[in-house]
Design a protein around this ligand. Structure first.
Ligand SMILES: [Zn+2]
Ligand SMILES: [Zn+2]
Length: 458
């Protein structure tokens, strides 16, 4: 089996991985870099130049895993495209939104390569996607396989507990099996339930490392963290301010809406208006439509009618004042320039009455990453074109990550005991910690940090 890391650096960027297994070419994920524009936002497709892919398999519909899929489909018209069912619906909404964002970036930033694809091409691409259920073996040509099928390459999705429609991908070849975690969570969230991953029969594990540089406090629990958040919101309202929570449209928005629903029912929070973005509303609709058929907590909860959020978009955000006693759960989670959360944060930063709460992962060099590390009174700019501002608002951090803790990643790898572990989807300090830990905790296994663009024999 051969493996090539198609990301451009050891980082959480445009995730994409090429596997050659039993003579088949398979790409796992095809993301877009959340921080860069143009060519730099794409995975490095050069190693695929003279190869024909049989399949592209997508783990879930976050931008960093599906964002450039139409580009790869254009270059590889013969490849079949597989993903979990909910990911087809979410991916379609995300990519159409991405066309709009790229079109704006072309106008505002002069990125001439944008849009990388059009609405029409997105429609043509989504028509070709094949959705597959969880825990069903499928042949690489898209047919249902028997559980004991042998002599033919198959794949199978396993619920990853990260966001709706997220899966780990198990490929079984003639002599080797490889399991790619995608983004995974081994803890329950408010809506999502913990991952159900294979526990044996995997030779090679390709594992994400997002939280490798974060130790989980020994007394941390989601329940106590939820309480801390509810109290902090009430306190922020008592100060006469509002609360901005930068969130990803997919996943964190719905988890937060579910928390607000729980807080209000438990009288932990007064009845307060909550605002979300247009894409987040679309994603929430998809969560609601699948509430009864997906594996999750609160299966009967319909977020949109029950929590009844107001929807902000690129136009009405300009007139939306920061009003006391309100929650603004706006994307993007990293507060990327020109996004709703970035525009709104710039209105709050200098006002000590207002609060900004961070609830998940943000790249340390993204505006959210920079702001969360800022000291009171420090001057920072939330974008290269933005003027510096003095930080006077209340900043607080909470741990509601949709990613596995580093401790649970290590214990999963130990339980699975593969021959080789390939570490991906992490900043260098995160990957280094996981690597060092596995070398002592799993001494029989070979631990590999794949150099981007270099073919590896596994
Ligand atoms: Zn993700
Ligand atoms: Zn990711």
């Amino acid at each position: 089996m051969k493996f090539t890391n198609l990301t451009r650096r050891t980082e959480i960027g445009a995730n994409s991985y090429f596997l050659e297994i039993d003579g088949h070419g398979v790409v796992l994920d095809c993301g877009m870099h959340p921080k860069f524009e143009g060519e730099e936002a794409l995975p490095n497709f050069k190693p695929l130049q003279d190869r024909q892919l049989d399949a592209i398999i997508v783990s879930h519909a976050h931008q960093d895993h599906i964002g450039t899929l139409p580009v790869l489909m254009r270059r590889q018209p013969g490849a079949r495209v597989f993903m979990p069912e909910a990911t087809t619906a979410i991916g379609e909404a995300l990519l159409h939104n991405s066309v709009n964002v790229m079109t704006r970036q072309r106008e505002e930033l002069g990125v001439m390569l944008y849009p990388l694809f059009t609405h029409r091409e997105t429609d043509r691409a989504t028509d070709l996607w094949q959705s597959c259920p969880m825990n069903q073996r499928v042949t690489i040509s898209g047919e249902r396989a028997r559980p004991d099928e042998s002599g033919i390459l198959t794949f199978e999705f396993f619920d990853a507990g990260h966001v709706l429609g997220s899966a780990g991908i198990l490929l079984r070849g003639e002599s080797q099996s490889v399991f790619y975690t995608g983004d995974v969570n081994f803890d329950d969230q408010t809506i999502m339930q913990t991952a159900v991953f294979p526990e044996e029969g995997v030779d090679i594990l390709i594992m994400e490392c997002t939280r490798g540089d974060h130790e989980t406090p020994p007394d941390w629990s989601r329940e106590s963290e939820e309480h801390r958040l509810a109290e902090a919101i009430v306190h922020a309202f008592d100060q006469g301010g509002c609360v901005l929570i930068p969130v990803f449209a997919l996943g964190k928005t719905q988890e937060l809406l579910a928390m607000v629903y729980k807080f209000k029912r438990a009288n932990l929070l007064p009845d307060c208006p909550i605002y979300i973005g247009g894409l987040s509303a679309k994603m929430t609709e998809i969560y609601d439509a699948r509430s009864g058929m997906s594996r999750r907590h609160l299966p009967r909860l319909q977020l949109l009618p029950e929590v009844d959020p107001f929807v902000l978009n690129g136009q009405n955000i300009r007139d939306a004042e920061a009003r006391a006693g309100r929650i603004y759960a706006l994307s993007s989670g990293m507060m990327t320039a020109k996004t709703l959360s970035n525009i709104f944060a710039r209105r709050l930063i200098e006002n000590p009455q207002h609060s900004i709460f961070f609830v998940g992962y943000a790249d340390p060099l993204s505006p959210a990453g920079i702001l969360r590390q800022a000291k009171p009174g420090q001057e920072i700019a939330l974008g290269s074109d933005e003027p510096p501002q003095r930080v006077r608002c209340n900043l607080q951090q909470f741990q509601f990550s949709a990613h596995a803790s580093r401790e649970s990643l290590i214990s999963y790898a130990k339980k699975l005991a593969p021959k080789k572990v390939v570490l991906v989807h992490g900043d260098p300090p995160a990957v280094d910690w996981v690597r060092a830990k596995l070398l002592t905790e799993l001494p029989g296994a070979e631990v590999i940090v794949p150099t981007p663009g270099q073919e590896l024999e596994l």
